[in-house]
Design a protein around this ligand. Structure first.
Ligand SMILES: *[C@@H]1O[C@H](CO)[C@@H](O)[C@H](O)[C@H]1NC(C)=O
Ligand SMILES: *[C@@H]1O[C@H](CO)[C@@H](O)[C@H](O)[C@H]1NC(C)=O
Ligand SMILES: *[C@@H]1O[C@H](CO)[C@@H](O)[C@H](O)[C@H]1NC(C)=O
Ligand SMILES: *[C@@H]1O[C@H](CO)[C@@H](O)[C@H](O)[C@H]1NC(C)=O
Length: 383
């Protein structure tokens, strides 16, 4: 358009030169953007993507609008990061990221879980209210710097990012799991480790919820970058591969959008909770094929209340744990009047596998019964 406006003023040779330089510039930019992913075929095939090479087209031709400068910058960075082979070390570890107000009520149970597996895990604790008291040597000195976090606030996302960044400092950490103080392990370490370290996707729940607690939270201030059709919902409790943890830390554009436009008590009394929307939406936009769309942490929303069902001591039986470990389909419940339950089989590297490694929410009083069952059911929770 600028060329069109200037045309009248420029003499012919000048116009040719101007057009040629514009064309050159466009070609160089296009070549840069489109060439990076196809540098060499083998670059894209890493240890984790068992099926080989997946092309990730972050610049599809069918975009209905022109991308902003910030979007192009963001997509170029993400595309390159996704195509790099992650650092491989001889001692891959799973990073367990605990988000808690203070002392972890199930620390003794986690101790039992970690025991005998030194060197294959690392622990990070974000204690937002008070310094935790520890019962296990695995947890001593594992607190990172923390800030206050209130329920549903954006500070939750900032704390998740803080945990990821601290855990990324250790190059051995290959997979990152977010857990709360009310989460428990329902499988033995070996099972969890293999499930996570050898997966080719991140376990991030992601689905379309047309109801008030899904798309009803979307606000048009998120335009142009985030359209309603891109908006997704999912559980906060993720597990992700190293590459994905890096692209989360690299994001500023979408993170900022959510920080300002997806939080509680927005104008007009609207509420939005970034911990349930930012990561599902971000991955849906930038690497939809790289996530499982389901979580590995069990939770029971079937009561249809504001908070999920909590399990107390009286609910803890061998049968309950056996049931949780054998589930192989995961439900996503929409919040509209239809309350549609979308059920999907849980896949792991192309075959159907049990869905869950962890479960929530449990009351602290459940500890003793859980310890007893966990310690005495080696076979059942290990397969
Ligand atoms: C994933 O599946 C592929 C194809 O079935 C297989 O070659 C590969 O070894 C599997 N990877 C793991 C980690 O099990
Ligand atoms: C998750 O959903 C996306 C988009 O709907 C899809 O491309 C992807 O294959 C799904 N992941 C799995 C593991 O099914
Ligand atoms: C993961 O592995 C399965 C089975 O080999 C394959 O179908 C799927 O496309 C792979 N996903 C990614 C993101 O590499
Ligand atoms: C496992 O069972 C034995 C015998 O029933 C019991 O003595 C022990 O305390 C149990 N372990 C735990 C951790 O509760």
């Amino acid at each position: 358009m600028m060329i069109g406006l200037r045309k009248h003023k420029l003499r012919r040779p000048a116009l040719v030169i101007a057009l040629a330089s514009v064309a050159c510039f466009v070609m160089i930019i296009t070549a840069y953007i489109y060439s990076t992913p196809t540098r060499t075929g083998s670059d894209k095939c890493n240890f984790y993507s068992s099926e080989g090479c997946r092309t990730r087209d972050l610049f599809p031709n069918d975009f209905s609008r022109e991308l902003t400068d910030k979007e192009i910058e963001s997509r170029v960075v993400v595309k390159d990061l996704l195509n790099y082979v992650p650092i491989q070390t001889n001692t891959p570890k799973v990073a367990f990221l605990f988000m808690t107000p203070g002392t972890l009520p199930f620390e003794k149970l986690w101790h039992l879980f970690f025991q005998g597996h030194d060197g294959r895990f690392s622990i990070y604790v974000h204690a937002s209210r008070e310094k935790p008291v520890h019962f296990s040597r695995y947890f001593v000195g594992r607190e990172i710097h923390s800030e206050p976090v209130s329920w549903g606030s954006f500070a939750m996302m900032e704390a998740e990012r803080r945990l990821l960044a601290n855990a990324l400092l250790d190059p051995d950490n290959q997979h990152f799991v977010l857990l709360s103080e009310s989460c428990i392990p329902i499988r033995h370490f070996e099972f969890v480790y293999n499930y996570l370290v050898f997966t080719n996707v991140s376990f991030i729940e992601c689905f379309v919820d047309p109801g008030p607690h899904g798309n009803g939270r979307y606000i048009e201030h998120m335009l142009p970058e985030v359209e309603m059709k891109d908006f997704r919902k999912g559980s906060q409790w993720f597990s992700m591969k190293r590459q994905h943890a890096v692209i989360v830390i690299a994001d500023n554009l979408y993170f900022t959008k959510f920080k300002y436009y997806c939080r509680p008590n927005m104008e007009g009394g609207r509420n939005c909770y970034s911990d349930e929307h930012y990561l599902p939406t971000y991955f849906n936009m930038l690497d939809p094929g790289g996530i499982s769309n389901r979580s590995v942490t069990y939770v029971d929303w079937s009561e249809g209340k504001w908070h999920p069902r909590s399990f107390g001591a009286q609910h803890i039986t061998y049968k309950l744990l056996k049931t949780l470990t054998s589930l192989n389909q995961s439900p996503h419940i929409t919040s509209d009047s239809k309350r549609t339950v979308l059920i999907t089989p849980c896949m792991w590297n192309g075959s159907k596998r049990p869905c869950y490694l962890f479960a929530r929410k449990f009351y602290p009083e459940a500890l003793d019964k859980l310890m007893y069952l966990f310690a005495n059911s080696t076979v059942s929770f290990g397969n």
